[in-house]
Each structure stands twice: as C-alpha cells, then as structure tokens.
Design a protein around this ligand. Structure first.
Ligand SMILES: C[S@@+](CC[C@H](N)C(=O)[O-])C[C@H]1O[C@@H](n2cnc3c(N)ncnc32)[C@H](O)[C@@H]1O
Length: 527
C-alpha cells in the first residue's frame, strides 16, 4: 500500500528517516509530506509511533476535477460502502491549490453530496457529518485540477497526543518540539544518561516529548481516537498487537529516562506544565519549578546534558528589550556553567542568537505555525566561543608596532629620550606607590612634547592615550612616535602586551566601558 504522511514544512527529511526506521519499505520527501509504502500494520505503526507526522493518509483514487460536476462524478467512482457504515459519521477535509475550484468549503460540500447521495440511493440512509471524531475522515487534495481522495487514518492531527489540554501563550506543537529534540541529538545525549534542561519551559512540551523519546514511549499511546477505528477495513488484531507492544516498551524503557528539568518564571506556566506532565503519565519523571533563568544553577549535579529552550518571541511590548539582555546572559551562563553540554535554542530572533557569544555549530530554518524561526545548535566548548576579550587585539597592536619599528630601522635616539624620561618618572612614582598603594595612577603625562601621550596604570593594566600631533609635526612622524612608544612599553614596564590598551585620541566612553570610573579613579603622583 502507498501512504502519504503530512508534516510541517521543514520536517520532511526527518520524517523520511523516522518512517524508514519504523519499517516503511520506501519513503520519499515531498513538499510538507512524505510518500511512503508498507502494509496496513506500517500505517498503524506510523499513527502510533510517528513523533513528526501530522496525518497519515491512505490515497484511494486520483480524479480529474476541473469542475464541480467532474469532482462529484469522480468521488462517486469509489464504492463508499466498502469503507464506511452508511449510518456512521464522516468529515471532509478539503485542501486546494492552483485549481479552478478554489473554495475549500464549496469543494468539501460537493464531495459530501457525492458520498451521501451514493449511500442514500443504495441504502436509503445517509451518514451524518461530524467534525469531532468522525468514524471516517476523508481528505481531498486538489492540485492543478486533479483531486487525490484519501482516507485520513489518523483522523485528527497526530500532534494532539492527548496530554496537552492547557497551554501557555505561543506553545510549540508537539511534533515540532520532537523535531527540535531530534535535530539537537537528544536521543544520543539521553543514551549517555545526559540530562535535559529547559530553563523557559512554558507548558512543558519539550520536556514531555524528551521523556517520550528517552523512554521509548509511543507518542500516540494515549490517544483514544484514531481515524481508522471506525473504518470498515480496520484490522483490530493488528492494532491491538501494536498497542500491546507499545505498552510493553513503555514499561521496559521508562526507567531509563534521564533527569529532565524545566524552569519558568511564570507560576501559571509551571502549573500548566505540571498538569500536562501528569496527564502524560510522567509524574515523578520530570521536575518543573518556578525559577527565573537568571537564578538557574544546575551543572553542579551533572556534567553532561542538553539545554534546549524556546525563548519568548519578543512580540509583546517591552519584551524585545528584555530579550536583548536575556540572550547574552544565556550565552554567558552556558559558557560558565554548562561547559561540555550541548544547547539548542529555537528562536524567532536569530539576530539575538548572535549576541550569545558562542558560534552555532548548525542552524535549521523551521516554522512555528506562520512564524519563521531558526533552530540554533551549540556545542558548549571553548573552540566555539566568540572571544570578546580584548587581549588578542592588544597583542596585535603591540606586535604591529614592533614590526613597524623593526622594518624602519631608523636611529633610536628619540625613543631613547622617551625611555629615559619614563624610567625617571617610574623611579619617582615607585616610592610613592610603595607608600600609598594606589590602584590607578598616571605614569606619563605628555612630559615630552615629541611624545604627546598619557600612560596610566589601572589595576594590572596599562592604558595609553595618544593626542593629535601638534600642527608643525608631520603626521607620519607623529604616527612613528606612537608606534615607538607601543613597541618599547612591554619591556620598559615589564608587562604582557595583552595588558596594554591603546586608544588613538582619548575615547572616554570606550575606556569607561572596560575600566569603570576611569577618570575619577586615576590619581596623580606628587611632582
Ligand atoms: C515561548 S514560551 C515557551 C513555550 C514552550 N516551549 C511550550 O511549548 O509551552 C517562553 C516562556 O519563557 C518564559 N520566560 C521568559 N523569560 C524568562 C526568564 N527570564 N526565566 C524563566 N522563564 C522565562 C515565559 O514565562 C514563557 O513561558
């Protein structure tokens, strides 16, 4: 038999893999779905075990349907009494694209008439329409005036696992949450007994799906309703054996679920998450707690795991400015407290993701409903950290200056003059430093007109600021002198180049950023 599994855009390839693992004899990626083949057992298995599919369709017939009449006649080519009880209930889902019949309600109406008329003519009774859990759900996909008529074996979307009756604003669909976890390699992390932590868990979707994956729990096990249950060709023996097997797997593997923890700062979200966890039968297997991310402390307990989260989207007023702080904070937290972990951030604001200070190992484009999102995957090891420390820049500036002076091979009389002057200053200053122990002080203050720079000592750092050259001094000469100062300072002051900060012309704001209250703190030695 050939089937078609629908899925949100972006999940097709994952679904191909999943269906193959479940035993499909073939599986091919299509737009927003996967065509696959197998027996009826395979289709039931997909309904019970697919974490990614929305619906499992069994195509019955393809018909030309450029006009309503053509559609009506085509639908009646199927003997509907082979599939449904004339006194049962049906529902018709109609989707159309690039076709003359472009109104879904009208299309659905026409299909319903065709089925109802056929059965009434034959049995004198007609099926009723029920949107809610019909005995048989019929799916029509009209594309370029050709209609594919299918039975919807799932009946309603498989993302409805049955555990999430309450939700927070902007929840993740369950199958999208599962896709995020699979992309983030949660099965591998769980196999090594790594833990899972969602610091902004909302209604707990990622936590519950993670427990399902780690505990080999069939996501459809709790669904009471499936589209095939009221189908005349339903094979209950197959279905029951699959249920028995899934229950057994749950019992055998549930104990292997590693620690799973969720925080949210909203007490209402935690209440909802708790109720969902309970309904999913996972009480005691997932820990949720009202906590703000800012207070989260976890790695003390475990050295390996996956931090996965879906931060707010920044749509509410004031939220965006909060997020601008949250992302760098999250990045910092990851670097300092989650070394060795993996991380996955599902975000609608990928630009904010760049402010985390860690390079993403991979990114995937996905949608949360209509919202374009990205899944950013991180490996929390120093090689991925974006080094924002100024040390490499400082070292480069000094190296460049030394190279410049070397290449010039000019006489060194003038720099000798500067060195002598600085050494004289230091001799004087050192006595004062011993006596007063100041933390920040000026060691050179434009003492020689040829060298218009100021040099300060701030904790263990040296800050040099150069001033524009006097009018009569050529620019090249002024540049050369600054390079001379930079080149000799490490040796003169016995300090590492990384600790020398150079500012061409005083840039107070930049300096204050790195050295708080710079101007107030610098003291001047007595003359
Ligand atoms: C988009 S929702 C997450 C939805 C969740 N994935 C689900 O499926 O239900 C974002 C959540 O982050 C929480 N949140 C925002 N800022 C937080 C912070 N600083 N610390 C902890 N939680 C935070 C919000 O309360 C909200 O529940």
């Amino acid at each position: 038999l050939n089937f078609f599994a629908t899925t949100p855009k972006g999940l097709e390839l994952l679904l191909v893999e999943e269906l193959k693992q479940l035993g499909a004899t073939s599986a091919a990626e299509k737009l927003a779905g996967v065509e696959f083949s197998g027996d009826l057992r395979m289709a039931y298995k997909a309904c019970l075990w697919s974490r990614l599919a929305n619906r499992i369709l069994l195509p019955l017939l393809k018909i030309p349907a450029a006009t309503p009449d053509e559609l009506y006649v085509g639908v009646q080519k199927i003997s509907w009494d082979e599939h449904l009880d004339p006194a049962g209930t049906i529902y018709i889902n109609f989707a159309t694209s690039q076709s003359k019949i472009n109104h879904t309600l009208f299309g659905a109406q026409k299909v319903k008439d065709a089925i109802v008329d056929q059965l009434r003519d034959k049995y004198n009774i007609r099926p009723n329409i029920s949107r809610d859990q019909p005995d048989v759900a019929i799916h029509i996909y009209l594309y370029r005036d050709v209609a594919t008529i299918s039975l919807d074996l799932s009946g309603e979307s498989l993302h409805r696992r049955g555990y999430r009756l309450d939700q927070v604003a902007a929840p993740l669909k369950e199958n999208l949450a599962a896709a995020i976890l699979l992309r983030a390699k949660w099965p591998e992390v769980a196999a090594k007994d790594g833990m899972l932590f969602d610091p902004m868990c909302g209604s707990g979707t990622l936590l519950i799906e993670a427990a399902f994956i780690a505990g080999k729990i069939a996501p459809g096990l709790q669904r009471q309703y499936h589209g095939f249950l009221g189908w005349k060709k339903h094979d209950n023996a197959i279905w029951q054996s699959l249920l028995t097997d899934a229950n057994l797997q749950r019992v055998q593997n549930e104990k292997n679920i590693p620690p799973i923890v969720g925080y949210d700062r909203d007490p209402e979200a935690i209440k909802i998450a708790f109720a969902n966890i309970d309904r999913a039968g996972l009480r005691g297997k997932i820990h949720v707690e009202k906590q703000a991310l800012e207070a989260a402390q976890l790695t003390k307990k475990t050295s390996y795991g996956l931090l996965v989260t879906n931060p707010p989207y920044g749509e509410r007023i004031g939220e965006l400015s909060e997020l601008q702080k949250l992302y760098p904070f999250l990045g910092q937290k990851l670097k300092t407290e989650f070394a060795g972990w993996r991380a996955a951030i599902f975000t609608a604001n990928p630009d904010l993701g760049k402010t985390m200070g860690i390079r993403a190992e991979r990114r995937y484009a996905l949608f949360n409903g209509p919202i374009a999102c990205q899944l950013l995957l991180f490996s929390i090891t120093p090689e991925w950290f974006i080094d924002r420390s100024p040390a490499p820049t400082n070292e480069r500036v000094i190296r460049k200056a030394q190279q410049y002076i070397n290449d010039l091979q000019a006489p060194t009389d003038s720099i000798q003059m500067f060195s002598n002057r600085l050494q004289k200053n230091l001799k004087h200053i050192n006595k004062w430093v011993k006596r007063e122990n100041p933390q920040c002080y000026r060691i050179y203050n434009e003492d020689l007109p040829e060298y218009p720079v100021i040099i300060d000592y701030y904790d263990d750092n040296i800050i040099i600021q150069s001033f524009p050259a006097a009018k009569h001094v050529l620019n090249e000469i002024a540049y050369e002198r600054v390079q001379q100062v930079l080149a000799v300072l490490p040796e003169l002051l016995v300090i590492k180049p990384a600790k020398i900060y150079y500012y061409a012309y005083p840039q107070t704001a930049d300096i204050e950023n790195l050295f708080p209250n710079f101007n107030e703190k610098i003291t001047h030695p007595p003359r």
